[in-house]
Ligand binder design. Structure first.
Ligand code: PLP
Length: 609
């Protein structure tokens, strides 16, 4: 199916009749007095003479509800198109009377998540160029921004569409694009359409082939909490109320303007964002490509994890929670959680395996200094898995006042989506920075290391629908993929359920989780998040692995070429550059997820400093 056409902004009787004869799907009339195409008070007869198969549409900007309702009745408008700051409640109030199309001006900073509140109270969205005059500028916006639009609601495309755009429009591979709005670029003067030009456009449009392959692949979560075959919420019944409360409220809370304001302000002033995108010159020379490092290592507390804990502590506050629990393996997520609890004055309990407590004394001390209570998990292997079980038990016992902060894109729905949303600031910034630095917001390659997968999801998020951008996820091969000491999940794993969601994990034939191994604590995890399982299975992203040895060497190389000591996790992503081949032209972004201070002892032992 190809998109239908809408023509908007006529005033003159003969002109209206000529446009009607072309039989567009919609004809729009502008009832906004501030517009050069304002229709004034027309004779209702004129509009009622338009055949019922064409939807007559009233275009409004911040008009009172009574006036809109009066005009709907007077002109028997089949649809209204709202171009101002009309609220979801306003749209809902009009829905019983007519079809509601809500228009949005789109630019680089447009927040597509803000549309969620409008999805149920409108029939369509209309995406237009952002201007102070509420549309009709004749200017086009960057259509590639629509790749960030991930709801199912169909939409109109508007804004500066001209006579030469037929082929480009016909190639847009999106079945949610239902209508195309043509307006100011087909005019002799404001409000007077050039019928010959319009008629040619209609003929060409009807003759153009529809895009062949509609993009059916959706890499984002669906209403049921799945990414393709993966995701969902596999939880004990006792945990259901807690997870359900979160599922029902997380998007509404996160998308509220006050939340976004608070979140963004803390990311800026407390975390130190935006983190730089640094063109590493000497590293680039060595690999014969432009290597850009996304410097998450410069964040407060030294890694990307703080983006997520800031988001979740604000969410917990909005849910009225007073107490925070978390599990931690090496202590990195525990420290990031204890940090935000100190920041907001909330009680904090971190579960940690007894063996990990002994191995990670400095992080345990940090958590305690930050005011957190560190509880030792003494069952099973006394490591992360057991800490997770203890945290779950705590949450079941304290469903009312406690929020559980999970540290990666794992766990039952909505955690993977929620954590990915908070971490998506990484790719959001990267796109803007790339555009500034290279004139193109799409690099050739994006690389990130994967433990559970949160820094990688944040780094991939705004690139997943950019088909030309190759995504590479680097797992930890440990002492070798088949050495029996590895955490290369996609190479060794099978589909199954881990930590509340269906994904890919390392398991024996009878479903026992295999103990993973990596020299870097952050990658020492037997699974990957469900989004990654989906990206892997659909081959949208490539999953590779590098060994302990290769990573340590890459860490040393970056240190001596650029003066940056990376976390050993991040060094895994860097190590894969060694295995790639470049021609000198490629732009490559590597997520430097964290700094290496915490790993000095390991580096010292290995290199003998
Ligand atoms: C925790 C950690 C990781 C791994 O976690 P993901 O959820 O896969 O991002 C990677 N790098 C650093 C520096 C970490 O602290």
């Amino acid at each position: 199916m190809k998109a239908g056409l809408k023509v908007c902004g006529m005033r003159d009787l003969m002109n209206i009749q000529a446009v009607t004869a072309l039989h567009p799907a919609y004809i729009g009339f502008i009832f906004y007095p501030g517009s050069a195409r304002y229709i004034g008070s027309v004779d209702p007869e004129l509009l009622s003479s338009i055949p019922a198969t064409i939807k007559t549409t009233g275009v409004f900007v911040n008009e009172t509800l009574e006036e809109v309702k009066r005009l709907i009745a007077l002109y028997e408008l089949k649809a209204v198109q709202l171009h101002g700051a009309e609220s979801p409640e306003y749209c809902a109030a009009l829905q019983p009377y007519t079809e509601v199309i809500k228009a949005f001006g789109v630019n680089y900073s447009f927040d597509f998540e803000s549309l969620i509140a409008y999805e149920k109270v409108t029939s369509y969205f209309l995406f237009d160029t952002l201007t102070v005059n509420h549309g009709g500028s004749g200017k086009r916006f960057d259509w590639s921004l629509l790749k960030q639009y991930r709801l199912n609601q169909p939409y109109f495309l508007s804004g500066g569409i001209g006579p030469d755009d037929v082929n480009e429009l016909a190639s847009i591979d999106d079945k949610r694009l239902h209508f195309i709005d043509v307006n100011s670029r087909f005019e002799i003067s404001p409000g007077l359409k050039d019928i010959e030009l319009l008629s040619t456009f209609f003929t060409l449009w009807n003759a153009a082939p529809a895009a062949k392959n509609y993009n059916d692949m959706n890499y984002f979560v669906n209403e049921k909490g799945y990414y393709g075959d993966f995701g969902g919420a596999y939880i004990p019944e006792m945990l259901y109320p807690n997870v359900e409360e979160l599922r029902q409220h997380y998007l509404e809370i996160i998308n509220a303007p006050e939340f976004q304001q608070e979140f963004r302000a803390l990311l800026k002033d407390y975390v130190g964002r935006p983190s730089p995108l640094y063109l590493a010159k000497r590293l680039s020379e060595k690999y014969n490509a432009n290597i850009f490092l996304k410097r998450e290592d410069l964040n407060h507390t030294g890694a990307h994890k703080i983006n997520n804990t800031i988001g979740q502590i604000l969410l917990a506050e909005k849910l009225g929670k007073k107490r925070i629990i978390a599990e931690t393996g090496a202590g990195q997520h525990g420290v990031a959680t204890a940090t935000v609890c100190a920041l907001r004055g909330l009680e904090c309990v971190v579960y940690m395996g007894e063996i990990d407590i002994q191995r990670q004394a400095p992080n345990v001390a940090r958590m305690k200094m930050l005011g957190a209570k560190v509880v030792s998990a003494v069952s099973g292997s006394k490591t992360l898995k057991d800490a997770t079980n203890e945290a779950m038990r705590d949450w079941i016992n304290n469903p009312i006042d406690t929020h559980y902060i999970i540290g990666s894109v794992v766990g039952p729905h909505p955690y993977p989506d929620m954590v990915a949303l908070f971490q998506s600031v990484i790719s959001e910034e990267t796109k803007k920075q790339l555009l500034e630095q290279t004139g193109n917001d799409q690099p050739d390659y994006v690389l990130a290391c994967v433990g559970g997968g949160s820094n990688a999801m944040g780094m991939f998020y705004h690139f997943v629908n950019d088909k030309d951008v190759k995504l590479i996820a680097v797992e930890a091969a440990g002492k070798g993929v088949h050495s029996g000491h590895s955490a290369a999940t996609t190479a060794l794993g099978k589909e199954g359920v881990l930590h509340g969601s269906r994904s890919i994990l390392m398991q024996t034939d009878d479903g026992q989780v295999i103990e993973p191994y990596s020299i870097s604590a952050g990658l020492d995890y037997p699974g990957i998040g469900p989004q990654h399982a989906h990206l892997f299975k659909t081959t949208r992203a490539e999953y590779v692995s590098v060994s302990d040895e290769e990573s340590l060497d890459a860490g040393l190389l970056l240190t001596q070429l650029e003066g940056i000591i990376p976390a050993i996790e991040s060094a895994h992503a860097l190590a894969y550059l060694e295995k790639m081949e470049f021609t000198g032209k490629e732009n490559v972004v590597v997520c430097l997820s964290g700094r290496g201070d915490k790993d000095m002892e390991t580096y010292m032992k290995h290199f003998g400093f």
